[in-house]
Design a protein around this ligand. Structure first.
Ligand SMILES: Nc1nc2c(ncn2[C@@H]2O[C@H](COP(=O)(O)OP(=O)(O)OP(=O)(O)O)[C@@H](O)[C@H]2O)c(=O)[nH]1
Length: 279
């Protein structure tokens, strides 16, 4: 991996990074560069767009929530994340290779928070050794199955286990989504839905039905926004969680400290300042 540190203002750096990754992908997966460039223009912001967003203030935010979206290939992860971040239905989607990032800045109780959705590849051959990177420092996980595809529901335990193995266990906010309800009704779907409700209950996560397709946007919006509100309530995103340990950051105000997990709080012996982690 190359590691490049940058920020939203360095648009030329960001563009170069995206272009070189696309270049590499086009070589590795042998699709023409023209296709990868089309992908850049359709899925990533241009420098001018980023500058415009900066001046409109939509790129300023106080913290970021990283949410990984997992599930079988074709269940609609790309469609859902696209729908939430752009408010539109994607006219065409391509199988995700590795991971795609989509972001949206939400105003939650007067605080601007960036919700960063990691749309991971459902196909095993496009995930490979990258899996641990998807989950690193994630604040929440969204599991998606397709209500018209029983096999995608049956795979959920595998996705749950993968998350657990990557430190996103029961303590991490998780949500189960049954997507493509526009394809209902069907008898199979109804019985699977009951099982889905049960599965969600057993794993202590909310279960939602929705459709990324035509008119389902509001519901999709509500699901991801509710998750972001929950993360804010839990004080996520204040510090950086480092694999296996916690990096403590100084809590801004006493109220923030109370929202943070008690076990991860520390008081500086010298200045008595309270520090809290982001979990
Ligand atoms: N009818 C219907 N079709 C949908 C819905 N959401 C997605 N689709 C379609 O399902 C297909 C797969 O959608 P994607 O969003 O690419 O699925 P994915 O889970 O990202 O797939 P991978 O990238 O391979 O992991 C596409 O043809 C979408 O148009 C929905 O709510 N209703």
């Amino acid at each position: 991996f190359s590691f490049i540190e940058t920020n939203g203002r360095q648009t030329s750096v960001l563009e170069a990074v995206v272009k070189s990754s696309m270049d590499m992908m086009s070589k590795q997966h042998q699709f023409p560069l023209a296709a990868s460039q089309a992908l850049i223009s359709s899925q990533y912001l241009t420098g001018a767009q980023v500058r415009e967003m900066h001046s409109a203030g939509s790129l300023s935010y106080s913290r970021t929530f990283k949410i990984v979206v997992v599930g079988d290939s074709g269940v609609g992860k790309t469609s859902l994340t696209y729908c939430f971040c752009t408010g539109q239905w994607p006219s065409a989607t391509q199988t995700t290779i590795g991971v795609d990032f989509r972001e949206r800045v939400l105003d939650i109780d007067g605080e601007k928070i960036k919700v960063q959705l990691w749309d991971t590849a459902g196909q095993e051959r496009f995930r490979k050794s990258m899996v641990q990177h998807y989950y690193r420092d994630a604040h929440a996980a969204v599991f998606v199955y397709d209500v018209s595809d029983v096999a995608s529901f049956r795979s959920l335990p595998v996705w749950l286990e993968e998350c657990r193995q990557n430190s996103l266990g029961p303590d991490t906010p998780r949500v189960l989504i049954g997507n493509k309800v526009d394809l209902l009704p069907s008898v199979t779907a109804a019985s699977v839905m009951e099982q889905a409700r049960h599965l969600a209950e057993v794993h202590g996560m909310p279960f939602h039905l929705c459709s990324a397709r035509g008119g389902g946007g509001e519901r999709v919006d509500a699901i991801f926004t509710a998750l972001a509100v929950q993360l804010k309530r839990q004080g996520c995103g204040r510090g950086r969680r480092v694999a296996g340990s916690f990096k403590l950051t100084k809590a801004k105000a006493d109220s923030d400290c109370k929202a943070a997990c008690k076990d991860c709080k520390a008081v500086c012996k010298d200045c008595k300042a309270v520090w809290a982690c982001s979990c």
